[in-house]
Write a protein that binds this ligand. Structure first.
Ligand code: PMP
Length: 341
């Protein structure tokens, strides 16, 4: 209790996992900055102690549940997750004396599912079915939470504690790290917590910060954000982003522009980050950074554009970094010589 993200009791010392969440570096992506004439900056969320941007949301949700009294000592946190929220929640549950029960679509990477089990979560994999189906993993997790004594449902998609965590920590950090010199904020959305929390904060500081929603194929949000309604086309191998609906966390967030990125472009982007910047990143980072580059093209040189480096490539080694898996999905593994020097 009384613990806030980004707060330390003593300079330089974090009290456990909880206080180690946040205050991530903002990394300048050198090659892409040079190619575009813009400053392309990535918020290094993979450096959170649980390894992803979702540590912040998980912590915000847990602290609010403790403060409201909904979560009692020894209680259980139930969540439907593509993996990273479950990983963050499970670390936090271990640190604070709770149990975690995670419902995850069986289509998510073996690395994330295996890691959840290693961390001690009770994991139930379920078939991936659309949101309208009562057995969709999110709806199922809500039902299981209501039937489990002493459990709360984290409900990351529609629990506004998620975006409040980003409004209170990620947004202020970006503003501070850029000294307020930021022209555009670009991010894909899964729950919308990261995009909306940061966008709302930045717009409060300066109306002129352009907020750009990045989206993979197979998601309905690009079409929605550009005024054509909720329509999805195609599909994507990226995990944790895109949606068929507007969540409570995304609702009301400022959106000035939207960019859709295909998987092959996202792949080329993460391989370029690996080979030219030394950054080993997950698929959503490919969508984010490629959308930041497209935003740089739309705005022209001389602008500062911030996006998110959500998680590490380690979580997708058997997929995005495996030539055979990629080719089974109709994608080709980028070759070193194709990436601009
Ligand atoms: N990238 C990855 C890898 C994720 O797991 C998530 C969360 N589902 C996101 C991006 C999107 O974050 P948010 O839920 O805050 O929209």
């Amino acid at each position: 209790m009384g613990i806030r993200q980004g707060s330390c009791t003593q300079a330089g010392i974090s009290r456990g996992f909880v206080q180690a969440v946040g205050r991530t570096p903002l990394i300048r992506l050198g090659l892409l900055s040079e190619l575009t004439g813009c400053e392309i900056l990535g918020k290094a969320e993979f450096m959170n102690p649980g390894g992803s941007v979702k540590d912040r949301a998980a912590l915000g949700i847990l602290l609010e549940a403790e403060e409201s009294g909904a979560l009692q000592p020894g209680g259980t946190v139930v969540e439907g997750t593509a993996g990273n929220t479950g990983i963050g929640l499970t670390h936090l549950c271990n640190a604070r004396g709770y149990r975690s029960l995670i419902i995850i679509p069986e289509t998510q990477s073996a690395e994330k599912i295996g890691l959840l089990r290693s961390l001690g979560a009770e994991v139930r994999t379920v078939p991936a079915v659309p949101y309208r189906d009562p057995n969709n993993y999110v709806k199922l997790s809500g039902r299981i939470a209501s039937e489990t004594p002493g459990a709360i449902w984290a409900n990351q998609f529609d629990n506004l504690a998620n975006r409040r965590a980003h409004h209170a920590s990620t947004g202020p950090e970006i503003w501070e790290q850029t000294g307020g010199r930021i022209d555009a904020w670009v991010s894909a959305t899964g729950t919308g917590g990261t995009y909306a929390g940061v966008a709302l904060f930045l717009k409060e500081r300066s109306e002129r910060v352009r907020c750009v929603l990045a989206d993979p194929h197979g998601s309905a949000l690009h079409s929605w954000a550009t005024g054509a309604g909720l329509h999805a086309e195609g599909n994507s191998v990226t995990e944790g982003i895109g949606n068929s609906r507007v969540t409570a966390n995304l609702e009301g967030a400022p959106i000035d522009d939207a960019v859709r990125i295909d998987d092959q472009s996202a792949l080329e982007t993460i391989y370029s980050l690996l080979w030219r910047e030394g950054l080993f990143m997950g698929g959503s980072v490919g969508i984010n950074v490629a959308a930041a580059v497209e935003t740089a093209r739309r705005l022209g040189p001389g602008h500062t554009i911030v996006t998110v480096l959500c998680d590490s490539g380690d979580r997708y080694r058997s997929r995005l970094y495996d030539a055979a898996w990629l080719s089974s999905r109709g994608l080709s593994q980028p070759q070193r010589e194709q990436i601009p020097a």
